[in-house]
Unconditional design. Sequence first.
Length: 156
Amino acid sequence: MPSGNVHDTVNTVALTGYVAYSVATQQTDWLPTAVGIAVGTLWLSPDLDLKSEPYYRHGPLRVLWMPYVKIMPHRSIWSHGLIIGDLIRLMYSAAFLIPLLFLALYLKLVESSTVDSWFASMPAFIIGVMVASTIHIVLDHSSSFFRTKKKRKKRR
Ligand SMILES: [Zn+2]
C-alpha cells in the first residue's frame, strides 16, 4: 500500500494537470471538480477506514469519523470500491453537513440562493471526489500487484 504522501502527491499532480488543462482550454466550470478532487484527496480519501492522515486532517471533528473507522474493514469494497465507497463517504458526510446547512439557513448565515448554487455545482464536485478516489484505488491495486510479482520473483 502506498503511503499517504504518495497518494497526496499523485493526486496533486492530477489536480494540477486538470486545472492547467482547464485554464489552457478556457473551460469555465472546472472549479467544483477541482475542489472535489482536493476534498477527495485531503479529507474524503478511501483511507478514512484507518486512523490515517485524511482522518487526522478533520481535526477535532475527526470524532465524527470514529464510527466509520470502527465499522469499515480496511480496503474493503465499502471503502475502496469504485463509486460505492464514495457514495458511502458522501452520504456519511451529508448526515452531519445537511443539519448544519439547515441551521445556517435558519440563522440566515447563508442565503438560499447561495445554497442553490452549491447544489447546482454538486454533480461536478462529486465527480471530482470520485476522480480522486479512483486514482487512490488504482494506485493501491497497482502497488499490491507489483509487490506480489516481486515476492514471486524472490521465491524462484
Ligand atoms: Zn487505500
